[in-house]
Design a protein around this ligand. Structure first.
Ligand code: OTD
Ligand code: ZN
Ligand code: ZN
Length: 345
């Protein structure tokens, strides 16, 4: 197969940032994706419906002329979040999900949740309204090894939460382990997972073998090869519970290439080319559309996009920039370490 036409994809987990960085990276997502779930981890975070309204306006303002793109806004859950504000945001149609960051788990997550008990009133209200909760599924307990934090989160936090509020619709964001995949696949209802592009391509060797490579460092950190294989199997299975969330998370190079580099991988530019490569390798190109364009809207209860995109496999490697210049500084593009042949037309 050298040509593939699919419904226009959506990105169910995206960091667009703000200001000059937003202007620099948004055109790349908007070129390929119709919609994206916009992560609220700005500094300060997007906590109230009013914050989300003005952030949405800044995103729309930063779109190149004539480009259609719908930002699906989220709220950053804190222990002070008001159930009424969340309910009003949902009813107005603005808020499509609420994001739970365990405090300290990832970039800009300091205002996150320390005790689930304190956010129960919000979660119960969300369950009653059918508003999804997106979860960064890692414990922050310093005594838990960083490679185990997802598996421990499932056992200590996610499973008890699902028992406590079975009607709450949950998305386990950027699942990175076989434990996570198996847990999601075993759930009968109200649980799905996003999978990133980069976790389908790299394992932890990419970060650590033969030198330390900060541009492969992200959270949750890439795990060993068996986990990558499990993620590939889930993504290419067609199972409706798994869909694309790129977690494209740009940082300027000086913030990554230093003594304590930031977590985050920028994949907005080459995600679809990378995914076509992965799905081709797995002989699953016929299931790419389910992963990028069908399963996500079905879970979120939104219509699939009517527009399409066509991917063409070129005989020569396609040329994409290794770095982009944003008004905020240079940002390195994810290097999949293989030549890309699939071009988005
Ligand atoms: N992971 N970097 C960022 C967020 C994600 O956990 C995440 O969703 C970021 O820079 O915002 C990262 O490595
Ligand atoms: Zn996260
Ligand atoms: Zn993220």
């Amino acid at each position: 197969m050298n040509e593939l036409t699919i419904r226009r994809p959506d990105d169910w987990h995206l960091h667009l940032r703000d200001g000059a960085m937003l202007k620099g990276v948004l055109p790349f997502s908007a070129a390929h994706f119709a919609r994206a779930i916009i992560m609220p981890n700005l500094v300060p975070p997007v906590v109230t419906v009013a914050d989300a309204q003005s952030y949405r306006a800044r995103i729309l303002d930063s779109l190149p002329d004539g480009v259609d793109f719908e930002p699906l806004m989220t709220l950053y859950l804190t222990e002070a979040t008001s159930p009424d504000d969340v309910a009003a945001g949902h009813e107005s149609g603005l808020i499509k999900a609420v994001k739970l960051y365990p405090a300290g788990a990832t970039t800009n997550s300091d205002s996150g949740v320390k005790s689930i008990d304190r956010v129960m009133p919000v979660l119960e209200r969300m369950a009653a309204m059918g508003l999804p909760l997106c979860v960064h599924g890692e414990v922050t307990d310093a005594s838990v090894d960083i490679f185990d934090r997802e598996a421990v989160f499932i056992e200590r936090v996610l499973a008890p939460l699902r028992e406590r509020v079975p009607d709450l619709k949950i998305v386990m964001e950027h699942v990175t382990t076989k434990d996570g995949v198996d847990y999601v696949a075993s759930a009968e209802r109200n649980l799905a997972a996003t999978i990133t592009t980069h976790h389908l391509i790299i394992n932890r060797n990419a970060i650590l073998a033969g030198g330390i490579r900060p541009h492969y460092y992200c959270l949750p950190v890439a795990k060993r090869e068996t986990h990558r294989q499990a993620l590939r199997a889930a993504a290419t299975s067609g199972d409706r519970r798994f869909f694309l969330g790129t977690d494209s998370a740009p940082h300027v190079d000086p913030s990554k290439e230093c003594g304590c580099g930031c977590a985050g991988i920028f994949t907005a530019i080459n995600t679809l080319s990378c995914l076509a490569h992965v799905f081709e390798e797995e002989r699953a190109l016929d299931r790419l559309e389910a992963f990028t364009s069908l399963n996500g809207p079905a879970y979120y209860g939104l219509p699939v996009n009517s527009a399409t995109v066509t991917l063409k496999r070129l005989p020569e490697p396609i040329r994409l920039p290794g770095k982009i210049d944003t008004g905020a500084g240079p940002v390195t593009v994810f290097d999949p370490m293989f030549a890309l042949h699939w071009q988005v037309c």
